[in-house]
Design a protein around this ligand. Structure first.
Ligand SMILES: [Zn+2]
Ligand SMILES: [Zn+2]
Length: 220
């Protein structure tokens, strides 16, 4: 087995199926880790990944890199994109890998192949759709890194609180009373508020501290 096959197998074991996302995630790890001077066959403690979707590719990223929520080296941005940022925390170098848009050329790439399946009446049956997705996975398996992926060197501002290690401080939310680690709280008018309280009821939070929803200002 070559390196790609070994890594793909690892990704499939965690994910449970052979599909386009697993192929893309595997190729993303190979391309980005090699650019960062890391060996994708070995886990690297200096690697942090920011995944931008909760779909198949993320399982390949987790299986291959060993980055997890538990070791704080997996970060999740809920953007709905087949994009992963790979950061070496030692030198803060970041490679952003996205799935190439083939619509700008005559080349039939991943997005066109996927759209064909999702929009075709032929594939309304889930079994047929799954078989078609496997066919797409086979096709993109054969594609080169250049045909499938776009790689960019980017500067990613990494909050110190994102770095693995023991928490600096623990805050207590003034609304729900729950403990918040890693600086994830907001301070509003001198009061500590957790993100769930802030997100779930903006009006309640603002009215409690300001009495007027139209004039609020987040300090951090
Ligand atoms: Zn899948
Ligand atoms: Zn709270």
């Amino acid at each position: 087995m070559d390196k790609y096959e070994v890594l793909l197998e690892k990704a499939m074991q965690l994910h449970g199926e052979f599909c386009p996302g697993i192929v893309i995630g595997t190729k993303m790890c190979m391309a980005a880790m090699e650019k960062l001077g890391m060996n994708p066959l070995e886990q690297n403690e200096n690697l942090i990944v920011y995944v931008e979707i909760d779909r198949c590719i993320s399982d390949a990223i987790i299986a291959i890199t060993g980055c997890s929520l538990g070791n704080r080296r997996l970060k999740y941005n809920d953007y709905g994109k087949f994009v992963v940022n790979f950061t070496d925390i030692k030198n803060r170098k970041t490679i952003r890998v996205s799935t190439r848009d083939d619509k700008v050329s005559s080349f039939t790439g991943f997005w066109t192949l996927l759209e064909n399946i999702l929009t075709s009446d032929k594939y309304t049956d889930p079994t047929t759709q799954r078989e078609e997705l496997e066919t797409v996975a086979e096709i993109i398996s054969q594609m080169s890194e250049e045909e499938l992926l776009s790689l960019e060197n980017v500067h990613l501002e990494i909050p110190e609180n994102d770095i693995p290690g023991l928490p600096d401080h623990i805050a207590v939310c003034s609304i729900c009373g729950e403990h918040v680690m890693d600086g994830k709280e907001f301070v509003l008018n001198g009061n500590i508020i957790c993100r769930s309280c802030a997100n779930e009821n903006v009006k309640l939070v603002v009215n409690r501290f300001y009495g007027d929803f139209s004039s609020f200002d987040m300090e951090s």
